[in-house]
Design a protein around this ligand. Structure first.
Ligand code: KIV
Ligand code: ZN
Length: 570
């Protein structure tokens, strides 16, 4: 290695450290008697999709009007009852989209649209213009309350920030009154943005102050949305913060507690789940977690997590490939192959032992378990989200006989005896090692055919005839190619196979004992083919398997015998 090399020696690598001293640990709150760890989620929360706002704001190329419409239609079809449709005061495109769905009558009954707005007078006015004529509207007002932002961004005291929020709330109340008078149902949502980076007592204080102005009731509740705008701690800390908030909020019964998590530490879904356990009722997030930086809470994962626990997710996610297609086309962000419940590989096993267990689990479910899904390594039935059981097993060099058996059975209808699988599996493995990648079902089939069906060897069946000798016996005359020449053979037996074997024994002059014979139909209809699988054993009781495939059952049987003899002679 030359002295300028940038490759570190092991010692250099050990001595080097990351600049972790730059960062301060997040200080958890002191909530000693927390109760949330004992709670179990037993029903779906109120879902609110923020794909068209938080998700859209984070895209390299924001959605076009047509893409927004496509995403909106999908969200409606998935069963969302609350959709944040934009930030109309901040973007003309969002304003136009909101007008379009209101004027075009595109908001189905039961759906509430939500619009985001900062705590500023002119933006509140504009937002009210945007939602004129809508039936049900969540007016989502926010301002940052975090300690850091108060210090470095706004330079405002706690009192000043509370005044900003309450003044804005009063304006929303005043400016939405004409909408209410015209028949719109207006719900206020207030978000103390960066809630998790705010002192908890202050977060409660500002929300209580907003409630004082808005005057929610048990019938007409306010939504208090508690964002983890940047995820800064483990999800249990978020749950503590939610439990703290709920315990300390005055007039709790007049508020819906909503969560809005981001995913900077990769635990956005976990934080929302633990937050639900801590007493929240509503979840904001996006499909596949698209959103600022590392994204928002992934609603698909969260809903499917409920589904996998036997809870109605109250979203209809059975066409996952369709959901992926719309999401990819609108966001231009590909869904990762390991995206929970949706990625190409999430129901796939390559490892041999996993494949074996899946195969056995599938048979257990098919052969009449109590209807419950009990398949190792598969948390849900892929068919429930538009997947196919076939994709659960794919074969590469890590796979074993279980995987090969699964592919042959589920793609080609062939069930092989264990002995053949034991012989075939290392051959398949060798092919995949040479290939270096995944073996497609066709390659596995061709390898099987070359090895057991169209076996190269000294013998080939050219032609045969069967004649009935009497009620008990049949005669077989056949023509074989043997090496370079052709040979006619004939023999008698209790049936065609017996007669053919007798003819072969006479000609080949060696023992030929057929064992393990089985034959079945490969498929149905006029193109039906039979497969014959058997082995012959020699003097030393060694077995040689051969397989024959033909539309004619006798031909299939004869071919399998010839294949077995050729494999013996190889
Ligand atoms: O992440 C966040 O805090 C937000 C607010 C506007 C709710 O998106
Ligand atoms: Zn957000």
């Amino acid at each position: 290695m030359n002295s300028n090399s940038r490759v570190k020696t092991p010692q250099q690598a050990v001595d080097k450290t990351m600049p972790f001293h730059k960062y301060k640990p997040f200080e958890p709150i002191a909530l000693k008697d927390r109760t949330w760890p004992d709670q179990v989620i037993s029903q779906a929360p109120r879902w609110c999709s923020v794909d068209l706002r938080d998700g859209n704001q984070a895209l390299i190329e924001p959605m076009s009007p047509a893409q927004k419409q496509q995403m909106y239609d999908l969200l409606v079809a998935l069963g969302f009852k609350e959709i944040e449709v934009g930030f109309p005061a901040a973007s003309q495109a969002d304003f136009d989209f909101v007008r379009n769905i209101i004027e075009g009558g595109l908001i189905p009954a039961g759906l509430t649209i939500q619009v985001l707005c900062q705590a500023r007078k002119e933006l509140i006015t504009r937002t009210c213009e945007a939602v004129q004529g809508a039936g049900d509207v969540v007016f989502h007002l926010y301002n940052s309350t975090s300690t850091l932002q108060r210090k470095v961004v706004f330079g405002m005291s706690r009192e000043e920030i509370i005044k900003l929020a309450t003044d804005a709330t009063a304006l929303v109340k005043e400016y939405t009154q004409p909408l209410v008078d015209a028949g719109t149902n207006v719900i206020l949502e207030y978000s103390p943005e960066s809630y998790t980076a705010t002192e908890m007592d202050f977060a409660v204080e500002i929300c209580a102050a907003v409630m004082e102005v808005w005057q929610p009731t048990a019938e007409n509740k306010i939504i208090l949305n508690l964002p983890s705008t940047v995820e800064m701690a483990t999800p249990n800390v978020y749950a503590d913060q939610i439990e703290y908030f709920i315990r300390h909020l005055p007039e709790r019964h007049t508020a819906v507690i909503s969560l809005h998590t981001h995913n900077d530490r990769g635990t956005g879904v976990a934080a929302s789940e633990l937050g639900l356990m801590a007493g929240a009722e509503r979840i904001e997030g996006t499909l596949f977690g698209n959103g600022e930086r590392t994204g928002n809470c992934d609603l698909i994962t969260m809903a499917m997590n409920l589904f996998s626990q036997g809870i109605d997710p109250e979203l209809y996610l059975s066409d996952m490939p369709g959901i992926v297609a719309v999401s990819e086309s609108c966001t231009k962000i590909p869904i990762h192959v390991r995206q929970p419940y949706a990625g190409e590989l999430v129901f796939t096993a390559f490892s041999g032992s996993h494949q074996d267990a899946i195969r056995k689990g599938m048979s257990h479910v098919e052969s009449g378990s109590d209807g419950a899904w009990e398949v190792p390594y598969l948390p849900i039935d892929p068919a429930d989200v538009g997947g196919s059981y076939r994709e659960t097993v794919r074969v590469n060099s890590q796979s074993g006989k279980g995987g090969v058996a699964f592919i042959l059975e589920h793609y080609f209808g062939v069930q092989l005896p264990r002995e053949i699988l034991l012989e075939l599996s290392p051959i398949i493995q060798a092919v995949s090692e040479v290939d270096g990648g995944e073996l497609k079902p066709e390659t596995i089939w061709n390898t099987f055919v070359n090895e057991f069906v169209e076996v190269k060897g000294p013998y080939q069946l050219l032609d045969y005839q069967i004649q009935t000798v009497d009620m008990e016996r049949e005669k077989c005359t056949a023509r074989l190619a043997v090496s370079e020449s052709e040979v006619d053979i004939s023999g008698e037996g209790s049936g065609p196979i017996d007669a053919f074997v007798a003819a072969l024994i006479e000609t080949l002059n060696e023992p030929l004992n057929v064992v393990d014979y089985q034959e079945y139909a490969l498929n149905e209809g006029s193109e039906a083919q039979a497969i014959s699988i058997l082995s012959i054993s020699d003097d030393l009781q060694r077995k040689y398997y051969g397989v024959g495939i033909s539309k004619n059952t006798t031909t299939a049987a004869f071919k399998s015998i010839i294949a077995a003899i050729n494999r013996k002679w190889r």
